[in-house]
Ligand binder design. Structure first.
Ligand code: BEZ
Length: 234
């Protein structure tokens, strides 16, 4: 095991499977969460300040992710008793940015052997050989990895952005569109270029309702927030 070289999973790959102990009992990942979107994320260490701020934020948003049919699963290379003690300390002691009595209900994986962390490319020795970086894997209901984000040890993640990624991926799938820079529900979306996805005709004609072309390869159309929201989590 010592010198085993792990290849990192990439966007479009099936999420590697594993069995692990967590604060919510043993899990088979991703199999136990079939039919759901999954966010598998790592943090460097329990009882550290940036990670504590992240867990409080993520746990406070858990219901919002549930509404998006999304299961959160955390991981660090700490043991189960450390995880349990840290989550209890968060609930009983920490008040931060208006959050208090925060209960982390999603599973937090113990990975003292680093087996899962290595399998998912969460150990990046240039940053730390003994702790996981802040990795986030977005995995769809077919267990395919759809997006990956990595942050260094010193920088906490933006959880609104993680939620925006899930919403954007679900919108892209449901409506067959792409999403432009900084897109949020209610903003215009990008329609597939003419000639792709069965669209044979040039869109510069402007013959499709609401479509505006900025050039032959760059066309947008409105998609209302209500329409997007009616499909989220489905
Ligand atoms: C933190 O979460 O505060 C942290 C963890 C590991 C290294 C640096 C900061």
């Amino acid at each position: 095991m010592e010198n085993q070289v792990y290849s990192m999973p990439r966007i479009g790959d099936k999420a590697p499977s594993f069995k692990a102990k967590t604060t919510q009992g043993e899990i088979n990942f991703p199999g136990d969460f079939g039919g759901k979107w999954k966010i598998l994320f790592s943090h460097p260490a329990d009882f550290t300040p940036v990670c504590t701020s992240e867990f409080m934020t993520f746990a406070t948003m858990e219901e919002e992710f549930k509404a998006l049919n999304t299961q959160l699963v955390g991981l660090s290379v700490d043991g189960l008793y450390s995880h349990i003690a840290w989550l209890r300390a968060i609930k009983e002691k920490i008040e931060y940015k208006g959050m208090k009595n925060v209960e982390v209900k999603f599973p937090l994986i113990e990975d003292i052997t680093m087996e899962v962390a290595k399998m998912y490319g969460m150990i990046q020795p240039g940053e730390s050989a003994t702790q996981a970086v802040r990795a986030v894997f977005f995995i769809d209901p077919n267990d395919v990895i759809r997006a990956i984000v990595y942050y260094p040890l010193s920088l906490g993640r933006n959880f609104d952005e993680l939620k925006r990624v899930i919403i954007a991926l679900q919108t892209a799938d449901n409506f067959g569109v792409a999403l432009p820079a900084d897109w949020r529900p209610g903003d215009n979306v990008i329609v597939p270029p003419a000639g792709s996805c069965g669209v044979a005709k040039s869109r510069m004609d402007g013959d499709e309702e609401g479509v505006v072309c900025h050039d032959w390869y760059f066309c947008t159309k409105p998609l209302s927030k209500e329409t997007v929201e009616s499909k989220l989590g489905k």
